[in-house]
Design a protein around this ligand. Structure first.
Ligand SMILES: [Zn+2]
Length: 392
């Protein structure tokens, strides 16, 4: 049994404990959490850390298979150019290099205190690493296509089956409103209703997404056309993207809307009115890398139980660090540390339906344990030099 203490313990599901003690067994399962009322009178066999102890992070949006694209895409050229560059880079890299990077960055996420990942996959490249990883993965096999819905769905269903047969949690998921046809959306909806799957979809990452749905104009239309996508039978709905596809999504499933850089209160309201369990994922470092624009964080404050954080892929980020995502939001908003921490841990665990094990410090859970050092105790918030140390 390890007995661990720090200046504060943040269980997330309950109030912070000054000089609290947490007891974990050799498997990392929490045996007990002791409220010392701020007085560490008994320090027998105690590991003490300067900082705050928190549960392991849940990375709610990643593309591990794209790790080989680190430093390969020019920053701040906007989403349409970013997509074009990713498609061009795909397939030109040696397979060995792709696989090495998957393995390396799985290990890196563990070092960054991440214990669970919602990971988007277009291929089965990450399967082997995930099957023996220390991290819990839920794979979202992504479908993209504005035509040939049956063929595309079947191809991705084969990858889905392979992950499932290897005992890995998996869903079939749509890429984004602008890249999936109605027919393909409806196939995914039927499949996810049958298996009660959780779903993840990129949302309003570029202003051109709305332009495409409103009037079939903007740089996204140009980028898709230049990539050879046939848009001749794609018609704009005359409504913004969210309103255009909302009825093609399953109503009862947990659905994660990722990025939301250009989302407004109106978009958020449409989603909450029409769906019973929507979640939001913010990936600010990726937004700065691709569009040099951040979402309006204040819009999400009232959905405190529903906001999660993601790193996105190394194609659009310098690191896979949830702590860095938290720092970026802290610098650019008035979101408190308590709120941010919930976004980085428990909410992602709830979205993935793994909060019986992950996301908070509670007896019987095995959530992983991190300590944040260089914490600003005066402001009770992260400082620029805050760092993560993984305890288990
Ligand atoms: Zn993404």
């Amino acid at each position: 049994m390890r007995r661990i203490s720090a200046n504060y313990i943040f269980p997330v599901s309950s109030a912070p404990l000054k000089n609290g003690i947490i007891e974990i067994n050799e498997l990392g399962v929490i045996h007990n959490i002791i409220d010392t009322k701020g007085a560490l009178s008994e320090s027998r066999n105690l590991e003490f850390y300067n900082g705050v102890i928190i549960p392991g992070f849940v990375n709610a949006h990643c593309h591990l298979e794209l790790s080989y694209l680190k430093n390969k895409i020019t920053p701040q050229e906007g989403l349409p150019d970013f997509l074009t560059n990713v498609v061009k880079q795909r397939g030109v890299m040696r397979n060995e290099f792709v696989m090495e990077n998957i393995s390396k960055h799985d290990a890196l996420m563990k070092q960054r205190g991440i214990v669970a990942v919602a990971d988007i996959s277009n291929t089965n490249n990450t399967l082997r690493v995930k099957a023996r990883s220390k991290i819990y993965y839920h794979t979202f096999v992504e479908t993209i296509g504005l035509s040939n819905a049956q063929e595309i769905f079947q191809k991705q269903k084969t990858i889905y089956d392979e992950f499932i047969q290897n005992g890995l949690k998996t869903s079939i998921t749509p890429h984004a409103p602008y890249s999936v046809s109605e027919e393909l959306f409806l196939k995914i909806k039927k499949h996810s209703e049958k298996y009660n799957s959780v779903i993840s979809i990129h949302n309003q990452e570029s202003k051109d997404e709305n332009a495409m749905f409103l009037s079939k104009s903007g740089d996204l239309v140009k980028a898709l056309t230049s990539l050879g996508v046939d848009l001749s039978s794609w018609y704009p709905s005359g409504k913004k993207s969210v309103a255009s596809v909302i009825n093609w999504l399953p109503k009862e499933n947990n659905i994660l809307f990722v990025h939301n850089t250009y989302s407004t209160q109106e978009d958020i309201d449409i989603i909450h009115k029409n769906l019973s369990s929507p979640y939001w994922c913010l990936c600010p470092m990726s937004n700065l890398y691709i569009e040099n624009k951040l979402p309006d964080f204040s819009l999400f404050k009232s959905y405190d139980e529903k906001v999660t954080l993601g790193t996105d892929s190394l194609a659009s980020n310098r690191d896979l660090s949830i702590l860095d995502e938290m720092k970026t939001i802290a610098i650019n908003s008035d979101i408190t540390f308590n709120q941010l921490l919930k976004w980085a841990t428990l909410n992602g665990a709830k979205f993935l339906a793994i909060d019986n094990r992950f996301g908070s410090l509670e007896k019987g859970k095995k959530p992983g344990l991190n300590v944040i050092t260089n914490f600003d105790f005066q402001k009770m918030h992260l400082s620029e030099s805050s760092q993560i140390k993984v305890l288990c």
